[in-house]
Design a binder for this molecule. Structure first.
Ligand code: PLP
Length: 391
């Protein structure tokens, strides 16, 4: 480890094999995976259809660059445009890159309108990535500290506060877009109210702003819809995807519709790897399996099972502030910092995450079964119960 830059406080285990919702470490110990590599392993581990598709594609061609047509990428763009009701797609390799594309798109849009210094409204507790622009859009001072000067052109408001945005609309003529996560991930699994989402859509229409939804974590079926914005029936102008899209193979996407479409021209933006044959095939296959195996319905049902099971098992436990989420994106907020639950969970063969200090976050694969949900609830409720009882 000594030659690795110290960017992660890594746990001292390594996994060597996975199957479905289960991982095995190099010592042979088994773990139930309720995190799926931070919402990445959509189909669980070692899904036979995905493995076969990747192997077959690797045996033909991995990459040709975007100087040539990539038919798999064209097919994937068609598929995503249809699923999200969007017009066009740019492919990249990660969430922050997808958001960089969205931010550049918003600025270009502003300049087209004659706004020389375009600004984007962003949310408190937002997480949009670690590159300079996406870090500046992120609402976490700790993540930004030491990397100033930040990129300018972001105005921050409280999440779910439509009045604050209306006030800015009246005072700041440089606004060109609003960017948010419909379900905040790193910020603690916070859900945008349906009324807030619809209000935002109307406000963006009234002021000719772009509505940008960062669905890097909550997209690709996780919340029990293909995209989280579909719960409220709004259509954003820009949607960003990554994490779960390739089922474990890195790929990001920035989707645009209506007034956000047709802005980029050759030379405005690009990516060497973006949407290459391997990544596009992995994403197409992942989407295909989600569809064929009805994994979105599964996410909705199994997510409900987990939340209901935890609510029942933890009923009366003082210290549980809230159990919330949509589909298989679940947060259990406690009344105290609980980061140590991650290592305690490891000891009992369970992979979970803690974010925003006090929120246990669950992001199981969309293939999670009802039996696995019951096993997760049993292990986690005991863990949280013991933790809360200890003080
Ligand atoms: C993880 C995440 C990102 C950043 O994605 P990377 O692939 O790590 O760059 C951006 N937005 C949201 C909502 C995320 O959860």
């Amino acid at each position: 480890m000594s030659h690795l830059m110290n960017t992660y406080a890594r746990l001292p285990i390594a996994f060597s094999y996975g199957e479905g919702s289960w991982l095995t470490d190099t010592d042979g110990k088994c773990y139930l995976d309720a995190l799926s590599g931070i919402a990445v392993n959509t189909l669980g581990h070692n899904h036979p259809t995905l493995v076969a598709a990747i192997a077959a594609q690797a045996g033909r061609i991995l990459h040709s660059s975007n100087l040539y047509r990539v038919t798999q990428q064209e097919e994937l763009a068609d598929k995503l445009a249809a699923l999200a009701s969007m017009d066009e797609v740019f492919f990249c390799n990660s969430g922050c890159e997808a958001n960089e594309a969205a931010i550049k798109l918003a600025r270009l849009y502003g300049h087209r309108l004659g706004i020389d210094s375009p600004a984007i409204i962003v949310m408190e507790k937002a997480f949009h990535g670690r590159t300079m622009a996406t870090l500046s859009a992120t609402g976490n001072r700790k993540a930004q500290a030491g990397f100033e000067p930040l990129v300018s052109g972001f105005v921050r408001v409280r999440y779910n506060d439509i009045e604050a945005i209306k006030a800015i609309a009246n005072s700041n003529k440089n606004i060109v877009a609003v960017m948010l996560e419909i379900v905040q991930g790193e910020g603690g699994v916070n859900i945008a109210d349906i009324g807030f989402q619809r209000g935002l859509r109307a406000l963006c229409d009234d002021h000719d702003w772009l509505l940008i939804c960062d669905e890097v974590q909550c997209g690709t079926g996780r919340t029990g819809r293909w995209f989280a914005f579909q719960h409220s029936g709004i259509r954003p102008d820009v949607v960003t995807l990554a994490k779960g899209l390739g089922g474990g193979v890195p790929i990001g996407a920035c989707l645009a519709a209506g007034k956000a479409a047709g802005l980029f021209q050759p030379g405005n933006h690009g990516s060497t790897f973006g949407g290459n044959q391997l990544a596009a095939t992995a994403a197409l296959t992942t989407l295909g399996v989600i569809e064929k195996d009805r994994l979105i319905d599964n996410a909705l049902a199994v997510g409900q099972l987990i939340r209901d099971g935890l609510a029942l098992a933890l009923a009366g436990s003082k210290g549980v502030v809230d159990i919330r989420g949509q589909g298989l994106m679940i947060g259990i907020e406690l009344d105290r910092p609980c980061g140590e639950l991650v290592t305690r969970a490891l000891a009992i063969g369970l992979l979970i995450n803690v974010t925003a200090d006090k929120v246990v976050r669950l992001l199981p694969p969309l293939t999670f079964s009802a039996d696995e949900a019951r096993e997760l609830v049993a292990r986690l409720a005991r863990l949280i119960g013991d933790f809360l009882a200890a003080r």
